[in-house]
Ligand binder design. Structure first.
Ligand SMILES: C[S@@+](CC[C@H](N)C(=O)[O-])C[C@H]1O[C@@H](n2cnc3c(N)ncnc32)[C@H](O)[C@@H]1O
Length: 375
């Protein structure tokens, strides 16, 4: 499949303004990371270059948060606030006092200077998480409370919704691919979405079907490991649902066999997975299982964030609170600090799963988003 022509039929190539916006969000995240390290006391009693574990011990960071701390430290390296140096076989980190003194390390000026409203959902969640980060790193707060309790869940919902310019590309890719595929199938269709969460992608897909006047029977079953999230999502989306559509939910853990969770072999027209599958414990096995649920005419509509070898994904500032897991063999991952694969990694997954995939990898300036129909 020629990727260029595929991208044209889908009608969306990531525009330059998206990359510019993303660069701003990444700078914002780096700034927040430096501020958190400073709040923890990094550089207060500077003693030259030290291994990460010693730095953590001195700052009171608990071992369970090592990955997140390392990620923050690398953000500071990108800003030259922290300098990384190999000494023998050890990687050591030192604080660059001069560079730190040079800049304003709060993010407040950004509100007035740089951030248009399209950043609002991203910045609200980043700022909320940033406020609790140091306490979490010291083991004084629980990640689940920070991310999901009180008003935090609303921030989470807005973040994954298509209101968020920096995230909506993943929802749009899924919706557009689905529309194209649905067009190729006659009669009633059934959609099974895994990891549907707060329904950002679900809303985009339902709206797309409504906007094109699909008007044929569609059963949409949204699933997630969290029934609580699903119930909230259903009640938010109910008012959208037209008479020809049935929307329902079911708890499904995609790390467990689907047929033991009430999903019939060959019974689903399209499985949808938007920024969910990278969480699977065995990504290849999981994809094979999802393939087993498909009817002959069907396909898996996959949409994922990407991370290239020398890149960072600002989403991880938030997701690192949930721990760090890479799904399966390390060869699928270009970047040891990321939970996201790159395009080549996904292609290896499809091959290893014995599946075919039409892949659209959007982004000529960096790896951003992948969408694929997998069969
Ligand atoms: C990053 S969110 C996906 C965003 C979602 N597609 C949306 O548009 O809002 C990942 C989702 O996967 C779910 N998840 C994680 N592990 C899972 C598992 N083993 N089985 C099912 N869902 C899982 C999480 O609960 C979360 O809602």
């Amino acid at each position: 499949m020629n990727v260029e022509s595929e991208m044209k039929t889908i009608g969306r190539i990531i525009p330059d303004e998206y990359f510019d916006a993303l660069a701003l969000a990444e700078a914002y995240t780096r700034n927040a990371a430096v501020a958190i390290l400073h709040q923890l006391g990094l550089g207060r009693n500077s003693v030259g270059f030290l291994p990460v574990d010693i730095i953590m011990e001195r700052l009171g960071v608990i071992p369970q948060c090592r990955h997140a701390f390392l990620w923050l430290l690398n953000q500071a390296v990108m800003e030259n606030i922290v300098v990384a140096r190999m000494v023998g076989n050890s990687l050591l980190y030192g604080f660059n006092r001069e560079a730190f003194a040079h800049g304003d390390r709060t993010n407040e000026r950004w509100y007035t200077d740089k951030l248009p409203s399209m950043f609002t959902p991203t910045v609200l969640l980043l700022d909320h998480v940033a406020r609790h980060y140091a306490a979490w790193l010291r083991g004084e707060q629980f990640a689940n409370v920070i991310l999901f309790k009180g008003g935090a869940l609303e921030l989470w919902e807005r973040y994954f919704s298509s209101e968020n310019y920096l995230y909506r590309i993943h929802n749009d890719f899924a919706a557009e691919l689905l529309l194209r595929e649905v067009d190729r199938v006659d009669g009633p269709i059934s959609l099974l979405e895994i990891g549907a969460g707060t329904g950002g992608a679900t809303a985009a897909m339902l709206q797309a079907l409504i906007d094109v006047g699909h008007n044929r029977p569609v059963v949409v079953e949204i699933t997630d490991i969290s029934p609580y999230l699903l119930r909230r999502t259903i009640s938010r989306l109910e008012s959208l649902v037209p008479p020809w559509m049935e929307l329902r939910y079911r708890k499904i853990d995609f790390n467990e066999p689907l047929n033991r969770q009430g999903v019939a072999e060959g019974g689903t027209t399209f499985v949808i997975a938007v920024n969910a599958l990278h969480n699977a414990a065995d990504i290849v096995g999981c994809l094979r299982g999802l393939r087993g649920a498909l009817a002959d005419v069907g396909g898996i509509v996959l949409s994922e964030s990407l991370c290239g070898a020398d890149q960072m994904v600002h989403q991880e500032f938030i997701f690192n609170l949930l721990g760090h897991r890479q799904a399966g063999p390390v060869r699928y991952f270009q970047n040891s600090l990321s939970r996201f694969l790159d395009t080549a990694g996904w292609r290896s997954v499809f091959t290893d799963a014995g599946l075919t995939a039409d892949v659209i990898a959007g982004g000529n300036r960096k790896e951003i988003a992948l969408a694929a129909i997998v069969r």
